[in-house]
Structures are given as structure tokens and as C-alpha cells.
Design a binder for this molecule. Structure first.
Ligand code: URA
Length: 445
């Protein structure tokens, strides 16, 4: 296999055969294909696209580049959730223990934040002592014992994806539906799942901003799952404003803990319940949404979900006392209220500007090597459509120092627009995509 021939063929709109994908990725991971050739190939693939068979072959080659969790012998449904990424999206931290508390086995492999979006692993790192770098053998043992594990992508799972993702990030080739679908599904299929629920974000804060692209991505991942006997259901949810109120790592983990204790903001709870209900239905643990929702709400009300989060934290080396006392997590040194500059309707809270603000505060990354300050971020209490008076408190900035407070306040001024008219935000949950088609939804569950 000569990489240059494959680059030429893809550049000219040709197809790459399954054996050629295997050979190309194998040679790349072994260091025999240089980064510049792979970068050129990725750009050709980005511009020319991949057909369904090529996407399947790429996914298969990425999956086979590493090991998989062997969960045979675990009889409970094994179901995970994956989000395409956003700002304030702490759903995984609530949903994983909640789903485990109602009997689903949840092997969750998560990522770090990059660009304007946050990552579940960074939020978990705010918990003192928490370790997400378990081996697959340790992960399996934990799943058998307590039904949930929250993992980082180790060198064991789809190692070629790690290399390719870093290269895509540096070569402006991330936003390609086949490349995203193959990247996500190669990791998810390595989890040994019996089902997968996708939270496909749309709106200005998401990677794929339009509904059409979100649905196309969902359908591509549904087809990849079907080829591996892993049914996939996707919900399209809004990312034209942050989810919940907290944005920033420790602040989001704290909000997730409040949610597990029954005090979560309504939008966060609605998305979490909707996704968890889909997991229960996929696992045949509930006949319909209403009964799934009732059991999920019961697991929160009884304290079972919060208790499960404590078990997970303890099993992974963290301090479970944070669930009773979130102040044990790193705290910001400086806090300041942000007030409305005028009276009117909150017309927009732009998630990308909020995400960039977190980076400016030191709570997000511009390169994978950056270290984060977990305590910084925002709590934005206003929501699009709210009426506010001039001088009314609408958010708080959590920073390391005075300079951080100024940078945070500037980011919020850019992000929050107050106008004379309320501008209707996107519906929180707008579409449900399955193998059978696309349905408009539905006000929550
Ligand atoms: N998340 C992933 O894991 N891969 C992508 O390509 C995009 C988002």
C-alpha cells in the first residue's frame, strides 16, 4: 500500500476499499505513514466525503486498532450515552449513576474538553483523587461490582482514533460527518454495548450547527451501530444556549451533584430524563417513557442515584464526601456578580462565547497539553426569554484573581445579549432518530 496512491484517489473522488483502510491505518499507527501524508489524506476525505461502506470500513479498522471491553457474561443491558459536545453539558455526570441505579450497566468512555466545549473527564478531575485511567480489566471488574465505570480513552481503546483526532484538530478536518461518526463509534463499539443513546446537539454552540447535519450524523451512527448489533437511538437537543446554569469544571460537577440530589435545573433534568428513558427502553427495562421517567425520578428521590455516584467515586479513588459537601472540590479565589446592563428580554446567551470565556479564565484548553484551573467558570442564572431589570444579577464569574474577573465579565458581556424582544430559543429536545426514521418530538418525557 502506497499512501500517496490513496491520497490521489481520494483527492480525485475515488473509493478506498476495506483492506486499504486497514493497511493505511495500520501503517499510520506503526509510524510508517508520516503525519503530513495522513494530514493530506484527511483533507481529501473531508472534502470528498466517504460513502456508507467506506465509513463502515474506517470504523471497523479504528475499532480493531485496539482492544474492546469484554462484557460477555454480564446479563444486564449494557448501554451508554454519548453527546456530540456543548457548553454546560454535564448530563453524563448525572445520567451515568442514575442509569446504573435503575439497573443499566454503564461502561462510559469520555473525553476531555477541546475547543469551546467542555469534557466529562475534566469535570471528574475536579473530584479530589478521582482516577479515570483504569485498565479494561479493572473497568470490567468495577462494572460487575457496581454497574458503572467512568473511563478516559486509554491507549487500549481505538488507539488510532487518538492519533487521528489530534491530527484532525490541527488540520481543520474535525467537522466531517463520516470522520466524526467513525471516531465516536469506534470507541463506543469497543465498550461491548447492547445499546447506545446519542445526544446530538444543534445550534450555534454545537460542532454541527444545523438540524440537517445533526440528523445525518445520527443516521450515520445508527447505521454503524446496526452493523454491529448495537441499536442506537439519537435525540436532537438544543445547544443555542448553555445547558443548566453552571459552566466550568468544578461548578458543573457541583451542579450535577445537586441534580442527583433532586435540585437540578429544569433543562438539565429534562434532557437527562429523556436520554435515560431512552436507555431504559433500549434495555427493555421500561415499556414506555412515562414509566421510565417515574422510575428515574424515584431513583433520584430515594437517594439511590446520589448513592451510586458515591460508589463510583470511591471505586475510582476519589473522595465520595464531595456528594454531601461539594465545597470539598477546588473553589475559585474571586467571585463577582454580573448585572444586566439594561432592562429587557434576555435575547441570547451565546454558548461559544461562554466556552471561550472559560478558556480565558484558565478552565479550558487551547492545546491538549494545557493544565486547567478546575474552580473557574460561570453560573448564569438568566435564561433566554427571561425579563430582566437594569442592574439585576444575571450571572456570577468565578475566577482565580482580579484579572480573571475582568476577563470573565468581558466574556459574559459578549455572550449575553439583552433586547426589546424575546427571541424564541430552539426547542430543548426536538427530534428522535432511530433506524426507522426521524420523528419530531415531544415536550420532554
Ligand atoms: N468526538 C469524538 O470523539 N470524535 C470526533 O471526531 C468528534 C467528537
Amino acid at each position: 500500500m502506497l499512501a500517496i496512491r490513496l491520497i490521489e484517489r481520494k483527492r480525485d473522488g475515488g473509493r478506498i476499499e476495506p483492506g486499504e483502510w486497514r493497511a493505511l491505518l495500520g501503517a499510520y499507527v506503526a509510524g510508517h505513514v508520516p503525519e503530513y501524508q495522513m494530514a493530506a489524506f484527511l483533507m481529501a476525505a473531508y472534502l470528498r466525503g466517504l460513502d456508507r461502506d467506506e465509513t463502515a470500513a474506517l470504523t471497523e479498522s479504528m475499532l480493531r486498532s485496539g482492544a474492546s471491553l469484554d462484557l460477555h457474561g454480564i446479563s444486564a443491558p449494557r448501554i451508554d450515552k454519548h453527546s456530540t459536545g456543548g457548553v454546560g453539558d454535564k448530563v453524563s455526570l448525572v445520567l451515568a449513576p442514575l442509569a446504573a441505579a435503575v439497573g443499566i450497566v454503564v461502561p462510559m468512555v469520555s473525553g476531555r474538553g477541546l475547543g469551546h466545549t467542555g469534557g466529562t473527564l475534566d469535570k471528574l478531575d475536579a473530584i479530589p483523587g478521582f482516577r479515570s485511567d483504569l485498565t479494561l480489566a479493572q473497568a470490567r471488574a468495577q462494572l460487575e461490582r457496581i454497574g458503572c465505570v467512568l473511563l478516559g480513552q486509554s491507549g487500549e481503546i481505538a488507539p488510532v482514533d487518538r492519533k487521528l483526532y489530534a491530527l484532525r484538530d490541527a488540520t481543520a478536518t474535525v467537522e466531517s460527518i463520516p470522520l466524526i461518526a467513525a471516531s465516536i463509534m469506534s470507541k463506543k463499539l469497543a465498550e461491548g454495548l447492547t445499546g447506545l443513546v446519542l445526544d446530538v446537539k444543534r445550534g450555534s454552540g454545537s460542532f454541527l450547527q444545523t438540524l440537517e447535519r445533526g440528523i445525518e450524523l445520527s443516521q450515520t451512527m445508527i447505521a454503524l451501530g446496526a452493523a454491529h448489533q448495537c441499536p442506537v437511538v439519537a435525540l436532537v437537543t438544543a445547544m443555542d444556549r448553555p445547558l443548566g446554569r453552571a459552566c466550568g469544571n468544578a461548578l458543573e460537577t457541583e451542579e450535577a451533584i445537586h441534580a442527583l440530589r433532586g435540585e437540578g435545573p429544569p433543562d438539565l433534568m429534562e434532557v437527562t430524563y429523556a436520554l435515560a428513558a431512552e436507555m431504559m427502553m433500549l434495555g427493555a427495562l421500561a415499556p414506555d417513557r412515562a414509566s421510565a421517567r417515574e422510575r428515574l425520578a424515584g431513583a433520584i428521590a430515594s437517594g439511590a442515584a446520589a448513592e451510586k455516584f458515591k460508589e463510583i467515586i470511591e471505586a475510582q479513588g476519589g473522595n465520595p464526601a464531595v456528594v454531601d459537601d461539594p465545597a470539598l472540590m477546588p473553589q475559585a479565589e474571586a467571585i463577582e456578580l454580573c448585572r444586566a446592563s439594561r432592562r429587557g428580554f434576555v435575547a441570547q446567551i451565546e454558548p461559544r462565547a461562554v466556552g471561550r470565556g472559560i478558556i480565558a479564565l484558565g478552565g479550558g484548553r487551547t492545546t491538549m497539553e494545557d493544565t486547567l484551573d478546575p474552580g473557574v467558570g460561570f453560573v448564569i442564572t438568566a435564561k433566554p426569554g427571561d425579563w430582566v431589570e437594569a442592574g439585576e444579577a444575571i450571572a456570577s464569574v468565578f475566577a482565580r484573581d482580579e484579572a480573571g474577573l475582568r476577563a470573565g465579565a468581558a466574556a459574559l458581556r459578549e455572550a449575553i445579549r439583552i433586547g426589546d424582544e424575546a427571541e424564541p430559543p430552539l426547542p430543548l429536545i426536538s427530534h428522535r432518530v432511530t433506524q426507522h426514521g426521524v420523528a419530531e418530538v415531544y415536550d420532554g418525557v
